[in-house]
Design a protein. Structure first.
Ligand code: LLP
Length: 441
């Protein structure tokens, strides 16, 4: 393979290079998009989002049976557009705040298909969730359970819930995105015996209905083993709850966490195969234990939206420090993508406007915040960038816009989507300076 063709090799098939040597997404020229909508610009490929959702839906139904389905973990990217797509694709959703709930409601999402998370739900969160008719509340602790029971009683309803348990699994991902260990701010530990106390307490409540258990072990996990380990411990607990309390769980929600390929050296997971491997493990465990097969839910966030998106920036220039590093500056940075600053996350960076030029420069992509750590990626090979070039950071659909800030009073970017018919539509408009001062008194 020639050097040029090798350079054109992309992380996945929906990215390409056109006759002008420009990067394309879903066949659309990214340099033209940057011209039309300005930068920084996030571009989503709608067909890819839908395909990712369909893979989960059909694989879960096939592997676990009817009644098992995916919930899109909307913390990865929450806006009206994505809840509309989730509705059209028959996805449930995982919500983690009243803000996400309000966004889902305003997009017309039927929140009886929603699960509300959160390790500290306020009274007003609980009241709002019950008012909106949220299908399930995933209970984090017993103080919260008391309030849910009281508020449900005052409304004359019985609120379906799951209990969030921590199975005690370390999935060996970045420490900041590990959540299933015993020492965690989330959920109730099995190992310490606290889960037993919680189940007994919950079963004594009249205005909540315990439908089963939830766990989530972490994010960006490429190995099936930690999911099977978590499933084994959760099924063991389901058996224990049946034997101890005569309670049989209907739902086992295994959370999210499947890894996504950000750079060539990471694998591209076959999610259907991953799901089938977990399912065959669960079927065997369930058979051994004699409990009824629970309905399985999963909460993929990253693996639904991450690889559907890229972010376009305009290059400001380069700074070469002889004997040290070289920098390429862009008109965005940690306000639209804080993940390198937070987790030293991997990203693939391309010079979208000159994809066929030779990589004769190695530079660190630096944002424009007054902060040395405002970097997107270090030591990236590129053709020497020139002021006005368009630079693309790939796989930015998850935890980028949803974690964006206005640090240094930088407006958040616009988000556009390429629809299945090739039409481009605005999903979130670019913030203006007026937006920035909107709340100031
Ligand atoms: N369910 C629960 C309860 C979660 O806490 C999460 C993610 C998910 C589902 C979705 O996990 P996913 O499929 O997206 O891995 N900001 C970090 C990621 C934090 C993940 C938080 N919880 C990052 O940018 O990598």
């Amino acid at each position: 393979m020639s050097a040029v063709l090798e350079k054109e090799k992309m992380l996945h098939d929906d990215l390409g290079v056109n006759e002008s040597g420009h990067l394309t997404i879903a066949g659309v020229d990214t340099v033209e998009l940057a011209k039309q909508y300005g930068t920084p610009l996030m571009v989503m490929d709608e067909a890819r989002i839908r395909r990712n959702m369909r893979v989960y839906r059909s694989a879960m139904e096939k592997s676990f049976g009817a009644g098992s389905y995916p919930l899109y973990a909307s913390k990865a990217f929450s806006c009206k557009y994505i809840y509309r797509i989730a509705t059209e694709e028959g996805m449930g959703v995982d919500l983690v705040s009243s803000g996400e709930l309000c966004t889902a409601v305003s997009a017309g999402f039927d929140v009886s298909n929603a699960f509300l998370h959160g390790n500290n739900k306020t009274d007003s969160d609980i009241e709002y969730a019950i008012e909106c008719g949220v299908g399930h509340i995933v209970v984090d602790n017993m103080v919260e359970l008391d309030r849910i029971d009281e508020i449900a009683r005052s409304r004359g309803i019985v609120q379906p819930i799951l209990l969030r348990l921590t199975p005690g699994i370390d999935p060996h991902t970045h420490a900041a995105i590990t959540t299933g260990k015993v020492d965690s701010k989330f959920g109730i530990a099995i190992e310490t015996g606290q889960a037993d106390g919680a189940v007994a307490y919950t079963l004594g409540k009249r205005n909540v209905r315990l439908d089963g258990f939830h766990c989530h072990i972490g994010s960006q996990i490429f190995d099936v083993t930690p999911f099977c380990d978590a499933a084994r411990l959760m099924i063991k607990y389901i058996v224990h709850a049946r034997d101890t309390f005569g309670y049989e769980a209907d739902i086992l929600n295994l959370g999210g966490g499947f890894g996504v390929r950000y750079i060539e050296s990471q694998p591209e997971l076959d999610y259907a195969d991953f799901i089938e491997r977990i399912a065959s493990f669960i079927r065997a465990e369930v058979k051994k234990s004699g409990v009824k097969m629970p309905r399985i839910l999963m909460e993929p966030g990253r693996s639904i939206v991450a690889d559907s998106c890229l972010t376009l920036y305009t290059v400001g220039g380069t700074k070469v420090i002889p004997g040290f590093k070289s920098y390429v500056s862009i008109d965005g940075g940690m306000p639209d993508n804080p993940r390198y600053a937070l987790y030293q996350s991997d990203y693939t960076v391309k010079l979208a406007s000159r994809m066929r030029d030779v990589d004769d420069f190695v530079g660190t992509v630096a944002g424009r915040c007054c902060e040395s750590g405002d970097l997107i990626q270090e030591n990236v090979p590129l053709p020497t960038p020139r002021r006005g070039d368009i630079l693309a950071v790939l796989v930015t659909g998850a935890y980028n816009y949803s974690m964006a800030s206005n640090y240094n009073r930088i407006p958040r970017p616009a988000v556009v989507a390429v629809k299945e018919n090739g039409e481009v539509t605005q999903v979130i408009r670019r913030e203006t300076y007026d937006d920035l001062v909107r709340l100031d008194m």
